[in-house]
Design a protein around this ligand. Sequence first.
Ligand code: HEM
Length: 523
Amino acid sequence: MAPAVDGHFAIIAGISLSFVAVKVLGRFITKRQNSPSLPPGPVPLPLLGNVLSIDAQEPWLTYTEWGAAYGDLVFVQIIDEKMVVVNSQHTAEALLDKRSRIYSDRPYLATLEPYGLSINFGFMGYGDEWRLCRRLFHQTFRSESAVKFLPIQIRRAHEMVNNLVNDPQHYHDHFATFSLSVVMSTVYGHDASARDDPLVQNVVKALIPGLAVLTPERALMLKTFPFLLKLPDWCWGSSIKRTAQSSTERINEMANAPFRYVQQHMADSSILVRSSMVAENLRRMETQEEVSNPAFESTLKKAATTATMGSYETTSAILMVFVLAMVLYPDVQKRAQAEIDSVVGRERLPTFEDRASLPYIDALVRETFRWQPIGPLGIPHATSSDDIYEGYFIPKGTIITYNTWSITRDEKRYPDASRFIPERFIDVDGALTGDDPAQYTFGFGRRACPGRYTADASVWSAIVTMLATLDISSAKDDQGKLISFTPTFTTGVVRCPAIFPCSISARSRTHSDLVDCWQTAEF
Ligand code: HEM
């Protein structure tokens, strides 16, 4: 009988197991059916994902094409990384602004630590240290505080025009000096000399090679082969380690030298210390015992260095875009100069008090930010937990790339989008429209650019002063023939027009006299 019992038992057990298996399978299938899927996207290859389909030089062009094929949200697999590309302002706001609790992290970059770039809080993960850096930064650069820098910005713009008239060939260098001299004043109270300033040179020495290594390929290489940073000096391939070490040394010097400058000035009672982000916070640190000094000092140094890094390439790249537009669209330049002449006259230079009466200049500034965005993909965010948006599953740790380029190329919003047309921001009454590209060119949510008010004022003061005093046009060769060129752009953290031939000169005798006045004026 025993075998019969066993047989029954086996049958019952079999039926039960099958029942459980069917139940589990049923649940799995229902879950698969009900569970949200990843956003649509191109089919990935095994191991490599979609890497080979992406334009390596201008990835935003590929993402814009995919946006047209798959919609606002596109899922992309890059080797073992998940990425979601956001192709519209509306969806970027819905995720990065309205759900900023989830979408404010940054992806891990294997290049940051070894090259000394982790000092930049713009690349830090979302956490307490980032929060403290951002708070210190915000105190100095929020819109109400940033107004106190306006006189410095105007003064530096005058100095820049002076440099441009005297040495027009090196226009790009003068833009870089302008952008760094503004940030050096605001952050360290340092009045940089117009040329060859040692603190400015430290920045250029550190950042030109430092930012160049911030490419996704370099980060991927170090993530995949971290031993490259540990190779002994005699070994082939150890140059990467040495480049990383020297980058770290240069960045440390760039961070420490201006900090020491403020501390030494504060210690010397005979020197009047200019108000600046670092001086104000060091003073506060002396009076607030509860602040842990070394930790606070290190955070302050990070916030200050990030301001320099955040300003360096961005402001000068926008001014390069402006000059390119003036060379290619001379009628725009004429209309802008006519507005300045009629509102400000030719006897004085524009100031911020004139800004509200110069709508065409503001439209031109907006178009400069839109026409050739200097950050076509901004800085990527990352999710810190799982999310579901409009039925799509976005897993924790996904890289979120918002495609600013595709927003600027939306033909419904910007007809003839590839042309430089400031009039698109002017309404029928001649006033500015409500469409301001600052809503998307400075990023989104809690990580949106905290330097945008200073950036906007620097760019406006530089552009209005150049338009008031200079003529910018195509360069001519020795025979007087126009030199034609096809604009090209650098790629890297910031997309900037590569140096192109152009002619920059004072608009008239009156204007060159004004330039001479600034040269001799006591500021
Ligand atoms: C033309 C000028 C500029 C443009 C177009 C620009 C644009 C941007 C963008 C797109 C981001 C990333 C935002 C995001 O992740 O959503 C960013 C971040 C940042 N920018 Fe700017 N920026 C400019 C100038 C400046 C200036 C002048 C400063 C400093 C005074 C600055 C400081 C920063 C900082 C600190 C961050 C990192 C914020 C964080 O991660 O919390 N930027 N900027």
